[in-house]
Design a protein around this ligand. Structure first.
Ligand code: NOJ
Length: 742
């Protein structure tokens, strides 16, 4: 391969590329245009002759999954020096929660409720990915996810449109930096447009039906926010939406994304999703699939070759207008200009920070600390103190597994950079505490219980047992959905046996989704939900266990008691017969032969309580907080006024801690029924023990808008309720009115 020379850094340059793009377009043949619209898979560090020839002939616009920097530079050299027009390549890769330094899975990062944590994680991922020449990542995934059976909930930012919008835009900012052409910035991608998270029964790729009003009020807001934040690209979902697969959905891609939102970035298909239009039964063959996708405005085809194979004849037959193709190619070329690739397509890793450097690892640790959610802490079992214990049993299949703690969608992360919990705990306690380790189960799924007795014996002779259970990374993520979300395998049996010892048990749960924990909470003292915490999961969790750090994460998604409650989310509708403590009836309370009307006649299941196991926004600390003195700047606001909401937040415990203060509203009467609560603001506040701070939030009419029956975005005058507190069950409440516009 030929040597390349790297310029010192990418140059700043003008943001308007219309002229250069149109000049370049004017020189392009149809074949070169179609080439730009094609993304192909890399050849794992090699460049076969036909691959090089295709680039030379201008038949490839983007390469996905090539991470060898020498190869990437050579691909860029061939594209820019040996093709007729010298157009550089977009180099795409799924950099989802870190490149080499792995951060917690996105759902875990979302539990930090910290845009700063998310932005920093994405920044570091971009810097590291840039070292191998990646200039485009396929993140953030901002599909609203309300079904924990769906494996891809792990990649999501949770169930709530506002939280997801806020964190999703932070991630875009982190990847893209201030400018795309700055060293270490990469293009990001809002995916999967749209509704993919609502696949029926949480089965990946499955059909999606979402009424337009719900689509606009719940599923589209994070995408709109990303578009407004300048996300460089969008990706079409695999799924169909109300009968029309996303990759051929002109209404979604053109009418909403382009026309309504005025989005002019690059729109890419998902892997083979254009070809799959025929698998859906939406098109007859590849040629019709290409036609539908082009017509919908999908600029670039990922993986499958329908554009390459059929676009020219579709143009020749007059089925596609070349002006439409020009618009699509223009968007691709514009991104290449924005990234500065025409000036310097090459990568010099030496100009970027080292991968997995100390600062990156510290940030990953900070993110893991802030992502862990303390779900239960009976008798203040946590934090542990080395002064109070002599021996500690560390038990479980995930205690010492540097690979599994990384989580799903880790193409480039390496186990060698992981620090495990067992390692970190041993380091933390040194010689002060005897650490007894037993894996107990070979993995989370095994039915082999041979090692359990030894583990139980170890727990019995230890002062405390810390149990690391959950799911391996591969049990969540794309195409890894579950119908039963209890702890898999014999882990519950392990817990039940350990509980018999009487030794206090702390369960640290690593998983890619909310698990149903009803049987766990009865048997253990404390539960720390760590998601898949990434490279620095070990030290982060050790700090939390021993009180060097205080848990502050809050759930970005509701935890159901049982899988039958799904979908279960806090922002549900009130309904005409809502359930309450007064109306709820459990089947065991119903007398035999009771008449039909003796039931509560409300929206609930007979065999499980109507509340979730843990509500959205919930998370304990080693401290406690009180919310008092809620005040509103006015009892009424008009459409031009701002409402200021203040309350006093006090740390009434005895350790300094962060608390995430949350503001919810309810629009009591709407032309379309409104959710019982909607998150509108949140703030992470640090408070010393005993410290009190005033927390204030601002709302205006814009924050009260929703899509009405005519799909118009409006705020409707009337009465609103508002709550401030530490989770979605917040009870400190006030009312205000939005006055009609005169
Ligand atoms: C399929 C996934 O749905 C998408 O999220 C990902 O970016 C592409 N494959 C590329 O790997």
């Amino acid at each position: 391969m030929s040597a390349v020379s790297c310029a010192k850094s990418k140059q700043q340059h003008s943001a308007n590329y219309d002229l250069v793009v149109s000049q370049l377009l004017a020189q392009m043949t149809i074949s070169e245009k179609i080439g730009q619209m094609s993304q192909v898979n890399g050849a794992e560090g090699s460049i076969p002759d036909d691959f090089a020839a295709a680039i030379r002939d201008g038949k490839i616009g983007s390469v996905i999954n090539e991470v060898d920097v020498t190869t990437v530079n050579e691909l860029q050299r061939i594209a820019t020096k040996e093709s007729r027009l010298g157009i550089p390549l977009l180099i795409g890769r799924d950099v989802i929660h870190g490149f080499k330094t792995i951060f917690p899975i996105p759902l875990g990062q979302a539990a930090s409720w910290s845009p700063d944590v998310i932005e920093q994680g994405a920044r570091i991922a971009a810097l590291e990915a840039s070292t191998v020449g990646i200039n485009w990542t396929f993140a953030p995934m901002i599909d609203i996810s309300r079904d924990p059976r769906w494996g891809r909930i792990a990649e999501s930012l949770g169930e709530d449109p506002y939280l997801c919008s806020t964190l999703g835009t932070a991630m875009v900012k982190g990847f893209q930096g201030n400018k795309l052409n700055e060293l270490g910035s990469i293009a990001s991608c809002a995916k999967h447009f749209a509704g993919y998270g609502a696949s029926e029964s949480g089965r990946d790729y499955h059909t999606v039906n979402i009424p337009e009003n719900e689509l606009r009020n719940v599923y589209l807001p994070p995408f709109k926010a990303a578009a407004e934040a300048g996300v460089a690209t969008f990706m079409a979902a695999f799924s169909d939406l109300n009968g029309v697969p996303a990759s051929g959905n002109k209404w979604l891609m053109n009418d909403i994304l382009r026309d309504e939102w005025d989005y002019n970035g690059l729109l890419v298909s998902d892997w083979d999703s254009i070809k799959q239009l025929s698998t859906h039964g939406f098109t007859e063959d590849d040629k019709q699939a290409a036609l539908m996708a082009i017509d919908a405005g999908i600029d670039m085809e990922m993986a499958s070759p329908t554009y390459r194979d059929h676009s020219e004849s579709l143009i020749a037959e007059g089925k596609i207008d070349i002006a439409h193709i020009d618009q699509m190619v223009a968007r691709i070329l514009t991104l290449k200009y924005q990234l500065g690739l025409f000036e310097n397509p090459y990568t010099c890793a030496e100009q970027l920070p080292n991968i997995v450097n100390e600062q990156h690892l510290n940030s990953a640790k900070d993110a893991a600390i802030k992502s862990c959610v303390l779900l239960q802490n009976h008798n203040n079992t946590l934090p542990l103190s080395t002064a109070n214990i002599n021996s500690l049993a560390v038990i479980g299949p995930l205690a010492d597994d540097g690979y599994e703690q990384l989580g799903t969608w880790v193409f480039d992360g390496e186990e060698q950079h992981s620090q495990t919990c067992l390692q970190a705990i041993k380091k933390h306690v040194g010689d002060d505490v005897l650490v007894n380790y037993a894996k107990a189960l070979d993995n989370t799924r095994t039915d082999n219980i041979e090692q359990i007795n030894d583990a139980v014996a170890l727990a019995a002779k230890s002062d405390v047992a810390v149990l690391f259970v959950g799911e391996e990374a591969i049990l969540s993520g794309e195409a890894h959905c579950r119908s039963n979300i209890d702890l898999p395998g014999k882990q519950q049996y392990l817990i039940d046996e350990l509980a018999k010892t009487g030794t206090p048990i702390i369960a640290v749960i690593m998983a890619g989704r909310p698990l149903t924990l009803a049987k766990v909470i009865e048997k253990v003292d404390s539960i720390l939900y760590a998601w898949h915490p990434g490279s620095m999961g070990g030290p982060a969790i050790a700090d939390l266990l021993f009180g060097n750090a205080v848990p502050s994460g809050k759930l970005p998604v509701t935890f159901p008691r049982t899988v039958g409650q799904i979908p279960l989310y806090y922002a549900q509708k009130h309904g005409g017969r809502p359930v309450s403590d007064d109306s709820y009836v459990h089947m065991n309370d119903i007398p035999m032969r009771a008449p039909q009307t003796s039931l509560g006649m409300s929206a609930s299941h007979l065999d499980t309580h109507f509340t979730p196991q843990f509500p959205f926004g919930f998370g304990l600390s080693y401290s406690k907080f009180s919310y008092t003195d809620l005040e509103l700047s006015a009892a009424e606001i008009n459409f031009n006024q701002t409402l200021t909401i203040t309350c006093q937040l006090t740390n009434i415990g005895d350790v300094a801690s962060d608390e995430i203060a949350q503001l919810y509203i309810r629009d009591l009467v709407g032309s379309v029924t409104r959710p019982v609560k909607e998150l509108k603001r949140f703030k992470r506040v640090h408070l010393l023990a005993g410290e009190s701070k005033q927390v204030s939030f601002e709302l205006c009419a814009q924050d009260l808008t929703f899509y009405d029956r005519d799909m118009k975005l409006n705020a409707e005058p009337g009465k609103f309720q508002l709550w401030v507190g530490g989770d979605s069950n917040a009870s400190l409440c006030a009312d205000f009115h939005l006055l009609a516009n005169n």
